[in-house]
Design a protein around this ligand. Sequence first.
Ligand SMILES: NC(=O)c1ccc[n+]([C@@H]2O[C@H](COP(=O)([O-])OP(=O)(O)OC[C@H]3O[C@@H](n4cnc5c(N)ncnc54)[C@H](OP(=O)(O)O)[C@@H]3O)[C@@H](O)[C@H]2O)c1
Length: 447
Amino acid sequence: VSARIDDVEVTLGENLVTQLKIAEFPNSFAAEPCKVAVVGFGTVGSSVARILSQRGLETLQLRYICNRNLSKKNVAGIAKQVEWTENFEDILDSDVDVVVELIGGLHPAEDWVRRALKAGKSVVTANKQLIANRGPELTRLAQEHGQHIIFGASVAGGIPVISGLQEGLAGDRIVKLQGILNGTCNYILTRIENAGLSFEQALAEAQAKGFAEANAEEDIDGHDARAKLTILCRAALKCDILPEQIAAYSIAEIEQLDFEYAHDLGYTIRQVSTAELHNGGILARVQPSLVDKKSALARVTGSKNLLVASGEFGGDTEFSGFGAGGGPTAVAVVSDVVWLAMNRQRSACNNSTPVRCRDVSADFDSAAYVRFKVDDRPGIIAAIASCFAAHGINIDSIRQQKGHDKSCLPFVITLESCRSSILEKALKEIRSLDFLVAPPVSMPVIG
Ligand SMILES: NC(=O)c1ccc[n+]([C@@H]2O[C@H](COP(=O)([O-])OP(=O)(O)OC[C@H]3O[C@@H](n4cnc5c(N)ncnc54)[C@H](OP(=O)(O)O)[C@@H]3O)[C@@H](O)[C@H]2O)c1
């Protein structure tokens, strides 16, 4: 139906007469389907193309797939009328409405996204590096050209956190975000915890099972999670920050021993990403942390993700599910394309543009866990305690398991709440003490 109706008179009951002025039918009823190009036919792109070919979404039509070396690709399950190309120019010259960018990385993804927007095509992407580093400028470019750029799959894979925060919780003022945003780290930590593996063994297993890439440094060092936290800070806290402003700490130092001590204290260990509004700025960090065994964070196992958004008015809302994988991520991408198909005519103007925030700090106030390995001799506890005391830090407890070699003796000191910056100063002094056989491992204690 494509008729235009003006001044329709509707009689409701005997007395009530209403006049409706309908200028146009909503776009969702438009006869023309939204034409889509998938650029990048890898893990996510091939799943997106298969969903678009098989799901029977009438509002969407997969027209093009673009990838290099197409002869190597498995094209089974893709609609026959789809055109395949190795040349991105074909996509720019085509009549597609939406370009789905799934090649990943900054180059050439950034250039291709810019050119697609300038050519009058909206963009859907799952590319966290691109959005974390260039998100605000690409959004402005999209607005200048009357288009949209949507990136729901760039954080937490299949979990609709971006739309949940921007639309579902639009009525609240989000003040804090906390969660587990990297499935690779969570898989490794839970395998150290449950199977007693070393960090190296757990990483090798994650790589063998496809939960970690061959080069997993981005994940292990917390850089992947901080890119996602950057995007969430803009979407929920309305603060425009850059990934490098967020302190990120590696999980590579965590051992089975740390889980034993953590369990003994009623905790477990997770890589936790946190950002909260604080005195006009933001406190943010990605760090392995002790979390209460009964908390939602502790219940996240394997490669799953969790985000808890705390609102000033509505309290805590939890989002959880599969944070990665071809299927879940592709569903998030297709959901974004469906939204675009229904809202193509909607203004790309955003009335809550994030504000640039320069005051980003990791100086949280929290209790802490510090694990030492020492060459045992009298006076060690006294020396460490006097360093903490000199910085006004109170010791909460000291724990030492039996049965370890005295030349590499581990023990743990838990500390009462103190600022991270002050703890760091004390640890800097402690690191120079000659009885240490390894640098101390410190983690905040959450909850
Ligand atoms: N996989 C996940 O679970 C997941 C979850 C959330 C978000 N994401 C994001 O989704 C995006 C895609 O990830 P993915 O896992 O699907 O990656 P992938 O499997 O490596 O797929 C990327 C595809 O793009 C192609 N490609 C790369 N550079 C190209 C170029 N210059 N020209 C033409 N084709 C090019 C690759 O071709 P070749 O095969 O020839 O290399 C490959 O087919 C990334 O931004 C990623 O961060 C992925």
